[in-house]
Write a protein that binds this ligand. Structure first.
Ligand SMILES: [Zn+2]
Length: 262
């Protein structure tokens, strides 16, 4: 943003959800983006928000959400979820850079729930394919992602050794353990029965994985594990233990100097 920042700023960039980073900035397929080919990154939006908010002498509260990490874990799309996680990480970097050298900024990073995705090992297609290419424990070798352009994101989401994503809950679906160029739902609702069925167009050559969710669920669902919380700056010490989620709120309003009873 050049010149003086406005007092207020509203940005809308898409009629529904923004496309995820992999589609928006990496693959950039015209058939996916349509006319919405200039959607900003979370880093750019964070920077723009800080420029407006920093002019308030009374301080400010800014919430930045990497909302599509969840939206890509629901449909069992590990690569798209991970690129959006890197994007959130870089947005935190923007905030940390802004707060550098200041002693008045608390930064808190957490999640509102967990999901069923785990990184189980690596998927190594150099000698095997399909399920047999999934290495676990000592058979899991280091992934071959590269970052030649130095943007912090893997240049190729489909190198010959990539992360192997496993899911603890899911509908009937097939999985070839690779990034799909164009996003496709893992399961669809059968019009006649109302039950979720494997999407025949996604990973058609892979073996069917029988679901463990009720037939009405076409996507994986949220799970109940504790999530991590990270904090830096004044008041960060409050976030150093196992906490009830409501404590996050009180830690933040204390940092703002707001009385919770008001
Ligand atoms: Zn969700």
């Amino acid at each position: 943003m050049r010149g003086r920042a406005p007092e207020k700023l509203l940005g809308t960039f898409h009629p529904v959800n923004l496309d995820v980073y992999l589609d928006r900035r990496h693959d950039k397929k015209p058939e996916v983006l349509g006319e919405w080919d200039d959607q900003p990154t979370l880093m750019e939006m964070t920077e723009a928000a800080l420029k407006v908010l920093e002019s308030n002498d009374d301080g400010f509260f800014l919430m930045v959400e990497g909302a599509s990490i969840d939206k890509m874990e629901h449909p069992l799309d590990g690569p798209r979820a991970v690129y959006d996680t890197i994007e959130l990480d870089q947005a935190v970097g923007v905030a940390k850079k802004w707060a550098e050298g200041r002693d008045d900024t608390l930064i808190v990073i957490t999640a509102d729930h967990n999901h069923s995705m785990s990184i189980v090992g690596t998927h190594d297609r150099r000698e095997e394919e399909g399920r047999e290419a999934n290495g676990v424990y000592g058979d899991s070798t280091y992934p071959t992602y590269s970052d030649e352009d130095g943007d912090g994101f893997p240049d190729d989401p489909n190198p010959d050794v990539q992360l192997f994503f496993g899911w603890s809950n899911h509908p009937d679906h097939t999985d070839d353990f690779q990034h799909n160029d164009v996003f496709l739902e893992p399961a669809l609702t059968d019009e006649n029965t109302g039950e979720a069925v494997d999407n025949p167009e996604r990973d058609p050559d892979a073996k069917l994985q029988i679901g463990n969710l009720p037939g009405s669920q076409t996507n994986c669902v949220h799970t109940v594990e504790d999530v991590s919380v990270f904090a830096s700056g004044p008041g960060a010490a409050r976030f150093n233990a196992v906490l009830d989620n409501t404590e996050i709120f009180f830690g933040m309003i204390d940092a703002l100097g707001v009385d919770a009873r008001d």
